[in-house]
Ligand binder design. Structure first.
Ligand code: FAD
Length: 397
């Protein structure tokens, strides 16, 4: 049975659950009903949507700028609030797969003002990072409302109306920081729906046990694909790796050196209104110890993308059928921006035209964690820049 996801333009929690498997690391809030709830209108100066690393970095900068956390019934001038769909801190990090350790992630930069601290490289990223974010929120006493899912943002006089599962909010400015984890990207290949095996996406990946004695086609040329392959190959019956382009390996002993250049090229794309490329994906493939071992074992013999999918496998570019029980799509994510659809920000090229961290021509909407700010380092400088600009535009702080 194949998986089915719909790409609804309105946010309907649960609409795109992977039906091909009982596994998954998708956020629980997609399964729970978090319908919009009408309420009397709450007013706030700046509403931050999303409480992962990007949202927390923004909250810290607002706090540092002298703004106050929202308290119902007080003077709204100089107030802010973060709303987050999760039930606990951690953003997407709490959903990372159970074999992703602090050693196998790229690198986590400190959020402004508080260090990650010591951890064992073998510790799970899904534990260490959410624990750090929890400490961070407590340390700065950041006002985060959970769970609160934003359903829609519309323009009103002097600002925006935001319908959420925790009532209606009016804000003079919006900082959107809703990440990508809830928008797995699956490219379409002809015959996909007729495949008799199981389709999985990185979002569904739970570690190698899912793949014991299976024939697994892995798709995608990014870091997730190589990490999945290195873990799966020792237990699978066979694996075959398909990418559109020849992979670029980084042999620098574990340090990514190209961050600035990558950020700059992503910035140019979003300022031209194009869809962003992932900053992390575009830094190349880091040769970690486990990747090196797998490479020496011949796991990374990459093949060009297959041309179609058949009931029992994939039809390769050389015309041969590679028999597969599972196809693992490590094909990345898109930005979660569906609640912003009423604002009609999309360009015909599918992106949002940006001017720095603000939407071009709309200085009271900033997107952090979008384009060049989609990393822990990017979230830091992006938050600083966005808050500096908002202080000027709103005359606050
Ligand atoms: C597998 C993987 C590994 C990565 N590894 C690294 C790494 O090692 N180093 C690095 O710097 N970067 C890494 N990144 C990139 C990036 O740092 C992370 O994706 C990071 O989680 C992004 O943070 P964020 O705050 O933008 O989004 P998220 O962590 O996704 O947080 C967004 C928050 O917004 C909430 N939300 C979403 N929609 C709504 C809504 N409508 N209303 C209210 N709340 C909403 C979500 O529930 C979530 O809590 C990685 C990305 C992936 C996918």
């Amino acid at each position: 049975m194949g998986s089915q996801r719909s790409n609804n333009s309105t946010l309907v929690p649960g609409a795109w659950r992977p039906s091909g498997s009982e596994w998954g690391t998708r956020p629980a809030w997609l399964d729970n009903e978090q319908e919009p709830v009408s309420s009397e209108v709450h007013h706030v100066d700046v509403l931050v949507i999303g409480g992962g690393q990007a949202g927390l970095a923004v909250a810290h900068e607002l706090h540092r700028a002298g703004m106050r956390g929202y308290v119902d019934g007080t003077d709204i001038t100089g107030t802010y609030l973060v709303i987050d769909a999760e039930v606990r801190p951690g953003g997407a990090w709490q959903h990372r797969w159970p074999t992703l350790t602090m050693e196998t992630i790229n690198d986590i930069a400190d959020l402004p003002g508080l260090k990650v601290g010591d951890y064992d490289p073998q510790d799970l990223a899904s534990h260490v990072v959410p624990e750090y974010f929890t400490r961070y929120e407590e340390h700065f006493d950041l006002p985060v409302l959970r769970p609160a899912l934003a359903h829609s943002v519309t323009r009103i006089d002097g600002g925006y109306q935001v319908e959420t599962s925790a009532g209606t909010w009016h804000a003079r400015a919006i900082v959107n920081a809703t990440g990508t984890w809830t928008r797995p990207f699956l490219p379409y290949y002809s015959g996909q729906e007729k495949f008799m095996g199981i389709h999985l996406h990185t979002q569904d990946y739970r570690g190698p046990n899912q793949f014991v004695r299976r024939r697994v086609a892995v798709v995608g040329g990014g870091i997730s694909a190589t990490q999945h392959l290195a873990e799966i190959a020792p237990v699978a019956k066979s694996t075959s790796w398909y990418t559109r382009r020849e992979p670029v390996w980084i042999e620098s002993g574990g340090v990514l050196t190209t961050g600035r250049e990558v950020e700059e090229s992503v910035r140019q794309r979003v300022e031209a209104g194009l869809r962003p490329l992932s900053v992390v994906a575009a830094t190349g493939l880091l040769v970690t110890d486990s990747v090196r071992v797998a490479r020496e074992a011949g796991v990374f013999e990459r093949k060009p993308m297959f041309t179609s999918i058949e009931p029992d496998g994939v039809r390769q570019a050389d015309g041969k059928l590679w028999k597969a029980d599972m196809i693992l799509w490590a094909t990345g994510f898109r930005s979660e921006l569906r609640h912003l659809a009423p604002l009609k920000l999309r360009t015909p090229q599918g992106g949002i035209k940006m001017a720095g961290t603000a939407v071009a021509g709309e200085p009271t909407i900033h997107l952090i964690g979008y384009g060049p700010t989609a990393s822990t380092i990017g979230a830091r400088w992006g938050a600083r820049k966005a808050v500096r600009e908002l202080k000027g535009v709103l005359g606050i702080g």
